[in-house]
Each structure stands twice: as C-alpha cells, then as structure tokens.
Design a protein around this ligand. Sequence first.
Ligand code: SF4
Ligand code: SF4
Length: 109
Amino acid sequence: MFPPQNCQRCGVCCFSKLETYVRVTGDDWSRLGGEAERVAHFLGHRAYLRMEQGHCAALAVREDREGRREFFCTVYATRPQICRDLERGSPECAGEIELKGDRPGIEIF
Ligand code: SF4
Ligand code: SF4
C-alpha cells in the first residue's frame, strides 16, 4: 500500500549502502548540536551521516509486541534538511520504496 500509513512502519529512506548517502551541511551540523559527532562524520572535506549495518546511524530499529518492525529517527527534531524535505507520499518517497523496499542484503538488526 502506498503511501505507508506512517514512516515508523517503513524507514526505507533511512537505508542505503552508500557511505555518502546523506550530506550534512554546516547548518545541519549546528542543528544536530551534541548529537552531531554520534551520527555524522567527515569523509574528506565533507560531512555525512554515519552509515551502520546498511542504514543511517541515527535510525533505531525495534520490534513492537506483535514482532513488527518499527523505525525511529533518534534525531528527528534536529535531522538534516534533506531528511526534512522528503515527504511521505511524495514522488521521492515512492522512488525510495520502489528502489529499496526489499532492502536486499541489508541488515535490519
Ligand atoms: S518518507 Fe516514505 S520512504 Fe521514507 S520512511 Fe516515510 S514512507 Fe518510508
Ligand atoms: S537522520 Fe533520521 S530521517 Fe535522516 S536518514 Fe537518519 S534516521 Fe533517517
């Protein structure tokens, strides 16, 4: 079903195998404040979100009581602008799900 009921049941756009998946600008770094070092790092002269186990390091994956996966952004209020710009139900969101919906070869836990 598209769009998913909510992003916590999906989380697809927070997954990638690319180390340079999400650029972190100077404004993004400032907004992240004390969390910046935990979730972002420099590769060369540019900063990016850290990627761990095939997803952004800021993503927390849990199971609810029925064993269904839930995906939480642990820096939601201060997440980078590019994350803020991706709206659930938008063509970009649809593209993410089309491309990576199955998350092949990516560790969920
Ligand atoms: S924006 Fe779209 S791809 Fe991203 S978590 Fe929400 S529903 Fe999934
Ligand atoms: S910062 Fe949050 S919204 Fe952006 S990719 Fe990471 S977990 Fe997803």
